[in-house]
Design a binder for this molecule. Structure first.
Ligand code: FAD
Ligand code: NAP
Length: 313
C-alpha cells in the first residue's frame, strides 16, 4: 500500500511529491494523465513566480526546471488517468483508467482545472481547426495573419499580447467594457498598436470551410450591431472548469465536501472533511489560481500527510 498517492502533476502535485519524499515518505506515487507540468505549460510567459524572471521563457520552459528536483528524492510517476478515489475503512483505493486499482493510506488531489468553452455556434465543430485554447501551442499557425481572442481575464489579455507579436492583428472580444485582468496587463495590451478592442460584444458564431475557420461573427450587446471579423483563428480564454470528477462516487455524489462551484472545501492545512484526503491547488475553495499558491498548497498538504502517517504508525 502506498503511503501517499498524489493525483495530478501540476505545480501543486509536483511540489507535494517533492515535500513528501524529501520529508521521508518512501512510497509516494504521482498519478498524472499527461506529462507533468499542469496548465501553466500552456502559457507563453510567467513573470510573477519569485526567482524566475525571464520574458523569453515559456510556461513549458519554466516547468521543465521543476522535473529534476521534484523527482530527485524518490517520487515515482505513473502516466495514467485516475478515474475515482474510493474511501474504504482505513485507506483509499484509486481506480485507474484501464481497470487497475491502487491502494493508498493518504491521497492528495491536485487535479486543477481545464479551459471552459464559450458556447458559441461552431465552437466544437471547428475546435482544433481554427478554434484554440492555447496560444503557445497554436499561435505560430497564424503568423502574420489576423486572429480573434475571446475573454477579459488575465489569460485572454496576456495571450493577446503574446499573439500580437506573431500575428498581424489581434481582435480582443470581451462581453463588457471592464476587464478582470490585472490593470498592468490591460495597459500593456492597450499599448500594442495591433491589438484592437471589441468591447461589450459576444461571439455568436464562427464559420469556415474544409480548411477551418474563416470568419468570426460578433454582436455588440449594447447596440445590437453585428460585425464580421475575417480571422482564420479564434483563441478562447473564458475561464476554467474544476477537475473534481475523481472525487465523485458511482452515484455522482462527492465523497468530500465541495462548494456550489464544485471546489473542494479544505482547511488551512489542505485537509478535506475526510480523514487522510487532502486537496491542493486550483481545485480547492478560494484558490488564487497562481503557480506560487498551488505550489504552497502542495507543500502544506505533504507536510500534513507526513504528520498524519507518523501519528498513525
Ligand atoms: P494544474 O496546473 O491544472 O495541474 C493539474 C494536473 O492534473 C494536470 O496536469 C492534469 O493533466 C492532471 N489531472 C487532472 N485530472 C486528472 C486525473 N483524473 N488523473 C490524473 N491526472 C489528472 N499562474 C501564475 O502564477 N502566473 C502566470 O503567469 C500564470 N499564467 C497562466 C497562463 C495560462 C494560459 C493559464 C491557463 C494559467 C496561468 N496561471 C498562471 C495559473 C496557473 O497555471 C495555475 O494556477 C496552476 O497551474 C494550478 O496548478 P495545479 O497544480 O493546481 O493544477
Ligand atoms: P477568468 O479570470 O475567469 O476570466 C474569464 C473571462 O472570460 C472573463 O473576462 C469573463 O467575462 C469571460 N467569459 C466567461 N465566460 C464567457 C463566455 N461564455 N463568453 C464570453 N466571455 C466569457 O479566467 P482566466 O483569465 O483564465 O484566469 C483564471 C485564473 O488564472 C484567474 O484567477 C487569473 O487571475 C489567473 N491567471 C493569472 C495570471 C497572472 O497572474 N499573470 C495569468 C493567467 C491567469 P466577465 O469578466 O464578464 O465575467
Amino acid at each position: 500500500m502506498l503511503d501517499c498517492a498524489i493525483v495530478g502533476g501540476g505545480p501543486a502535485g509536483l511540489t507535494a511529491g517533492l515535500y513528501a519524499t524529501r520529508g521521508g515518505l518512501k512510497n509516494v506515487v504521482l498519478f498524472e494523465m499527461g506529462l507533468p507540468g499542469g496548465q501553466i505549460t500552456q502559457s507563453s510567459e510567467i513573470e510573477n513566480y519569485p526567482g524566475f524572471f525571464d520574458h523569453t521563457k515559456t510556461g513549458m520552459d519554466f516547468m521543465n526546471t521543476w522535473q529534476e528536483q521534484c523527482f530527485h528524492f524518490g517520487l515515482k510517476h505513473e502516466m495514467v488517468k485516475v478515474e475515482r478515489v474510493v474511501k474504504t475503512e482505513d485507506h483509499f483505493t484509486l481506480m485507474l483508467e484501464g481497470g487497475k486499482s491502487v491502494e493508498a493510506k493518504t491521497v492528495i488531489v491536485c487535479t486543477g482545472s481545464t479551459p471552459k468553452r464559450a458556447g458559441f455556434k461552431g465552437e466544437e465543430e471547428f475546435f482544433g481547426r481554427g478554434v484554440s485554447t492555447c496560444a503557445t501551442c497554436d499561435g505560430f499557425f497564424y503568423k502574420d495573419k489576423p486572429v480573434t481572442v475571446l475573454g477579459g481575464g488575465d489569460t485572454a489579455l496576456e495571450e493577446a499580447i503574446y499573439l500580437s507579436n506573431i500575428c498581424s492583428n489581434v481582435y480582443l472580444v470581451h462581453r463588457r467594457d471592464r476587464f478582470r485582468a490585472a490593470p498592468s496587463t490591460v495597459e500593456r495590451a492597450e499599448s500594442k498598436p495591433n491589438i484592437h478592442f471589441v468591447l461589450d460584444s459576444v461571439v455568436e458564431e464562427v464559420t469556415g470551410d474544409a480548411s477551418g475557420v474563416t470568419q468570426v461573427h460578433v454582436r455588440n450587446l449594447k447596440t445590437d450591431e453585428k460585425r464580421t471579423l475575417d480571422t482564420p483563428g479564434i483563441f478562447v480564454f473564458v475561464g476554467h472548469n474544476v477537475n473534481n470528477e475523481v472525487l465523485k462516487d458511482e452515484t455522482g455524489n462527492f465523497i468530500c465536501d465541495v462548494n456550489e462551484w464544485g471546489q473542494v472545501k479544505v482547511d488551512l492545512r489542505m485537509r478535506t472533511n475526510v480523514e487522510g484526503l487532502y486537496a491542493a491547488g486550483d481545485l480547492r475553495i478560494d484558490a488564487p489560481k497562481q503557480v506560487v499558491c498551488a505550489a504552497g498548497d502542495g507543500a502544506t498538504a505533504a507536510l500534513e500527510v507526513i504528520a498524519y502517517i507518523q501519528e498513525e504508525a
